[in-house]
Write a protein that binds this ligand. Structure first.
Ligand code: GDP
Ligand code: ZN
Length: 462
């Protein structure tokens, strides 16, 4: 399964790059303590008790030059994240000192860890399963508390638990089929076997579909809900944006996979991370004469999962308003009648006819009225029944979703096969295929290639 060279001692900086009060350099492997000792002046690390933190200094063993004042945690296998001897050096931060400590460890016998290698070891040593490993990655990227909770649930192994029970059920049936196939002379047995397979296929399919339903919300939690604020000039878009951004909810993140200068804005609305689309367009024009044509809005609307259409209720409807109502009619949208603090001029009956079933939300962004309702509406749109359930397992990972879809296809093949009176041993192959696919979620049937690809997505030092 694994070659011994994979378990040499690895080192990496585990805290994010940049200046911080503390940085952590982590070592894992058989020689972790030995290597740390070579560069540490303080207590004898080989003698200290496991899971202790020890004060001292990092010295360059060649020059005896002091590099940093540190606290060193010593954690002996197997009660560690990687299940290997692990050292964590808490240093004072600063890129220079932290990098020098890492360099020292590397020149004294450690190897620079590949991205995700600590987590990979945890997996290879049986400390966590694959879905938990992926949850670690999601946790690093979690954008709001709610995203965090989903990632944490998965880390606890909720998804793994569920998938394992599905697999066990399938295995039970396969075992029975296997037994029955040994008695092919009895028609009654064949019939029973087929019925068994069919019932199980339908049952497992239903449970997989339930899991897949959570994937949509899961995607929102992971990636943020692309949200566009549209409306003709002067209706209050910028004001709304600023309200949303300023209530201590603004999360500015650079998104993985894009260049460092691309900054997207996120706001956390009752746990829904909104990723605001085209905020530059709203900002840019805030103090100029606005000329946002319908064309520009069209682009923002296209990209959005959710559109907030702002109308000025103190004015009569304009052609541009009508065009925007039409343009957004196929989108998930929330229509805001803003400026309710002013005398109302908007033609409500006409608007209601134009918008059909949409509930109209009245707000005064200026007077801070109606914004709580707006936030509740957003949360309700996306978390309907899920909100209250504490134990719901959410599938948030693209690989898991793909595997669940394939497993569902395999079950459809089982059902089609039964319908077409195919021999039981052929139907059995599709059922086994489903069992294998589910196993890939938890890593119970995995390939090296998959592993490497997966763990290489991790941040360095994880
Ligand atoms: P945008 O062009 O759609 O981005 O609109 P702005 O946010 O720049 O707002 C245009 C003007 O309307 C500004 O003077 C705001 O202060 C004002 N405004 C925004 N919301 C309200 C509101 O609810 N009531 C009133 N009375 N004025 C508002
Ligand atoms: Zn504006």
């Amino acid at each position: 399964l694994v070659t011994t060279t994979e378990f040499d001692t690895i080192a990496a900086i585990s805290t994010p790059p940049g200046e911080g009060a503390i940085s952590i350099v982590r070592l894992s492997g058989e020689e972790a303590i030995l290597i740390a000792e070579k560069v540490f002046a303080g207590k004898d690390l080989a003698q200290v008790a496991s899971h202790t933190i020890n004060y001292g200094h990092i010295l360059d063993p060649k020059t005896k030059q002091e590099i940093d004042e540190v606290m060193v945690s010593v954690m002996r296998a197997p009660k560690t994240f990687t299940r290997e001897d692990t050292i964590e050096i808490n240093c004072h931060g600063g890129i220079v000192a932290t990098n020098r400590i890492l360099q020292l460890l590397l020149s004294n016998g450690a190897r620079l860890a590949e991205p995700g290698e600590f987590t990979k070891r945890a997996f290879l040593h049986g400390r966590i399963d694959l879905s938990q490993a992926e949850a670690v990655m999601d946790l690093i990227r979690a954008k709001t508390d709610r995203s965090m909770k989903v990632a944490l649930d998965q880390l606890d192994g909720n998804l793994a638990h569920l998938v394992k029970s599905l697999r066990q059920d399938i295995l039970d049936v396969l075992a029975q089929v296997e037994v029955n196939i040994d008695y092919p002379e009895y028609d009654a047995v064949e019939e029973m076997t087929t019925r068994l397979l069919k019932e199980k296929a339908l049952d497992v399919k239903k449970r997989i579909q339930q899991l897949l339903q959570t994937a949509k919300q899961g995607k929102v939690l992971r990636e943020g809900l692309a949200t566009a604020i549209v409306g003709r000039p002067n209706v209050g878009k910028s004001s709304l944006l600023n309200r949303l951004l300023h209530e201590d909810k603004a999360i500015v993140t650079d998104v993985a996979g894009t260049t460092r200068d691309v900054i997207e804005e996120y706001v956390n609305v009752h746990g829904v991370p909104l990723k605001l689309v085209d905020t530059a367009g709203i900002r840019e024009t805030a103090d100029k004469v606005e000329k946002i044509g319908v064309e520009r809005s069209r682009k923002a609307i296209d990209q959005a999962d959710l559109v907030m259409l702002v109308l000025d209720s103190s004015q009569k409807l304009t052609e541009q308003d009508r065009a925007l109502v039409e343009l957004t009619s196929k989108k998930k949208r929330i229509i805001l009648l803003n400026k309710v603090d002013l005398a109302q001029q908007i033609e409500l009956p006409e608007l209601k006819k134009l918008t059909g079933t949409d509930e109209l939300l009245t707000t005064s962004v200026l007077k801070n009225a109606g914004l709580d309702q707006l936030e509740e509406r957003i949360a309700k749109l996306f978390f309907g029944g899920i909100e209250d359930s504490q134990t719901t397992v959410m599938v948030t990972n693209a690989r898991h979703i793909a595997l669940l879809n394939q497993a569902e296809d395999a079950l459809d093949n089982v059902l089609d096969g039964i319908k077409a009176n195919m021999p039981v041993d052929l139907v059995q192959i599709d059922m086994t295929n489903c069992w294998d696919l589910l196993g890939e979620i938890t890593g119970d049937s995995y390939q090296d290639e998959l592993l490497n690809q997966l763990f290489s997505q991790f941040c360095l030092g994880k």
